[in-house]
Write a protein that binds this ligand. Structure first.
Ligand SMILES: Cc1ncc(COP(=O)(O)O)c(C=O)c1O
Length: 383
């Protein structure tokens, strides 16, 4: 645990900028954290009625059909359709949650390492951040004891967790009830980014935090969307789902200031994608792609890198033995071999690389892993 820290301004978003400056030029892009998108042909069979889409603004919190499909699909009734705000990607959901629920001076606990969006936004609004660090020795599990003790000591406004976690690939189950119980006692809002939920590899899908919160009289928000497990980031469809209608109204109020409504074309496609059969098919596709790549990753890079086996997500968070400056290393790998991965520095964890498992073309993925092995060998690294 470290903090609370009070910093100000909007920090650069290391990961997003690292990727956007390089990903379109990379020969083999292994920097994505989600499953590679299927072609339009792949999902077209499921999409009906696009020619009838009205190109007006539509519903600012998402169409009733899409909100119903989200509530009874991924959430299985743990949230009501009126407790869902549809957003442009889960990134906008995170923004709307921070803008509407967190203010200057509020103490917030943030799960680390993590996708650094909420961390940056909480800094921007002047919150005091306590970082709760996972460790590889503990299998990257949520440090629940430490978080509970911070909660009872400091009574934070909110706790932000990413489960399944990016970048470690850990999935936690029991911690959800511990955190929700404490949240119910103290009034702390429990916010889970669940955008990788559904992309587990040989592990059960964890319950949504809303289920645990409903059992504990806690207020919770689940942020999620179609970008990662479903492999459809280009639709830019995400959402914030909550078990508290008052929180839903506050988040909706922020959305009025950001993008008003999502693209109606995307919204119509998303509603069809979230039909039970289509959703199940996309999730199976995603798990199959990632599992096959993980096998070749193990075969090619085992012995050179060190990692805790990911339980979910489309990436491995691997330590490069003997290397501190992994940003420099990732830059050199990109220049010499054209392979793009993410440096641990973008997760405040130098010494690590996050390497993607989401490529639909398994041969291309394996070629990328072989190039990484070759690069490490040429530089006498990673053994
Ligand atoms: C944990 C997490 N949340 C949110 C996002 C944003 O994704 P999107 O806006 O495409 O849903 C990402 C992207 O990498 C992520 O890893």
């Amino acid at each position: 645990v470290s903090g609370p820290f009070l910093r100000s301004g909007l920090p650069p978003f290391c990961l997003e900028r690292w990727q956007s400056e390089r990903e379109t030029y990379a020969k083999i892009n292994l920097s994505e954290s989600g499953v590679e998108p299927p072609s339009w042909d792949y999902i077209e069979y499921a999409i009906d009625g696009l020619d009838a889409v009205d190109l007006g603004y539509g519903w600012t919190r998402g169409s009733p059909l899409l909100r119903e499909r989200i509530a009874y699909g991924p959430y299985d009734g743990a949230a009501e359709p009126d407790e869902i705000i549809v957003t442009s990607g889960s990134a906008e959901a995170n923004l709307a949650v921070v803008l509407s629920l967190i203010g200057p001076g509020d103490i917030v606990v943030i799960d680390m390492p993590n996708y650094m969006q909420v961390h940056g936004l909480a800094t921007m609004v002047g919150a005091r951040i306590v970082e709760a660090w996972r460790s590889p020795q503990d299998g990257w599990r949520i440090p629940v004891k430490e978080i509970l003790s911070i909660m009872y000591d400091l009574e934070p406004r909110a706790v932000f967790i990413t489960n399944p976690n990016n970048p470690t690939g850990n999935v936690d189950y029991d911690a959800l009830w511990d955190l929700a119980t404490a949240g119910g006692d103290l009034g702390t809002i429990i916010v889970f980014d669940e955008v990788y939920r559904g992309l587990e590899l040989d592990h059960p899908t964890p319950p949504t935090i809303l289920e645990a919160a409903n059992d504990s009289m806690a207020r919770a928000v689940s942020v999620s969307g179609l970008s990662k497990a479903y492999g459809l980031p280009g639709l830019r469809i995400g959402w914030a789902a909550t078990n508290d209608p008052f929180l839903a109204r506050k988040i909706w109020a922020a959305k009025d200031y950001t993008t008003i409504s999502v693209s109606r074309l995307s919204e119509a496609v998303a509603a069809e994608v979230l039909r039970e059969d289509v959703m199940a098919d996309l999730l199976v596709r995603g798990r199959e792609i990632v599992s096959a790549n993980l096998e070749s990753f193990r075969r090619i890079l085992g012995g050179r890198l060190e990692w805790v086996e990911p339980m979910a997500g489309a990436f491995v968070f691997a330590r490069v033995p003997g290397v501190e400056d992994t940003r420099g290393l990732a830059e050199q790998l990109y220049r010499e071999k054209g392979v793009l991965v993410n440096p641990g520095e973008c997760f405040d964890m130098p010494g690590y690389l996050r390497i993607g498992l989401g490529k639909a073309d398994h041969e291309l993925a394996a070629q990328g892993y072989r190039l990484i092995a070759e690069f490490l060998e040429e530089h006498g690294l990673g053994e």
